[in-house]
Design a protein around this ligand. Structure first.
Ligand code: XMP
Length: 224
């Protein structure tokens, strides 16, 4: 497969309904800040028990000094397998402390290399080589790179090697098609609204997976 469901602005009831339908088809679930603020830890627990043996990612998009990123991560560490932080905060007294905490607590660290929205071209993309170097030095489990700009994924995969996991959002409302990021070298495509706003989330997931397989056949890559 290679699909991560993004849950952002859903009620617990709706999120449970969707997970009930699509859990078997996805590799992971990424929970966004709106959901974390709106709901309690017991809501999160019920979500997690409804869909087990998946990669649960907290999309905190951390961007602070190391101490605060660690304290923030510590509050949710028990619920998640992975967390997302921005790479632009830098390493010294920043990502070094977070990476150490993740290492010691069995959490996977995912760094944003650049973003999927248009605004990423205004600043983030100009610093791409520096971001790549920071990712290389921190050596996290994974990075986020945009499905909307496959050439960026190619570049990161080519220069960082095959071990690091690449997670790519930007499919659907932001313009990318399912499978394009996988063809460029991503391991997972992150999809939110295309699934969560569909009248049939299950049908949407099945269509996305079929489209991914079609695209991968076209570009000559076996499904990871
Ligand atoms: P949609 O509804 O557009 O949701 O499929 C996309 C999900 O992915 C997140 N997102 C990003 N996360 N870097 C990230 O770390 C990005 O460039 C990026 N673009 C989108 C978004 O928060 C939502 O959960």
């Amino acid at each position: 497969m290679g699909l991560i469901l993004a849950i952002d602005d859903l009620s617990v009831k709706k999120a449970l309904e969707i997970l009930n339908d699509v859990c078997d088809y996805v590799d992971g679930i990424k929970i966004g800040i709106p959901f974390l603020i709106r709901n309690s830890s017991s809501d999160l627990k019920s979500l997690k028990t409804s869909c087990t043996k998946k990669l649960w990612i907290a999309d905190l998009k951390l961007a602070d000094i190391g101490y605060i990123m660690v304290r923030t991560t510590d509050l949710i560490a028990g619920f998640f397998d992975a967390i997302i932080a921005h790479s632009f905060v830098g390493i010294k007294n920043g990502l070094d402390e977070l990476a150490r905490y993740c290492d010691e607590n069995g959490l996977k660290l995912v760094l944003v290399a650049t973003m999927s929205h248009e605004g990423a071209k205004e600043l983030y993309d100009f610093a791409l080589i520096r971001m790549r170097d920071i990712v290389k030095q921190v050596n996290p489990w994974g990075l986020v790179a945009p499905a909307t700009r496959p050439e960026v994924i190619y570049f990161l995969r080519r220069t960082l090697g095959s071990k690091i996991k690449i997670l790519s959002p930007g499919i659907g409302p932001q313009g990318a098609l399912p499978g394009e990021a996988l063809c460029a070298g991503s391991n997972y495509e992150i999809v939110g609204r295309l699934i969560t706003r569909s009248n049939s989330p299950l049908k949407a997931v099945q269509e996305i997976i079929s489209a991914q397989k079609r695209k991968l056949r076209e570009c000559g890559i076996n499904m990871r």
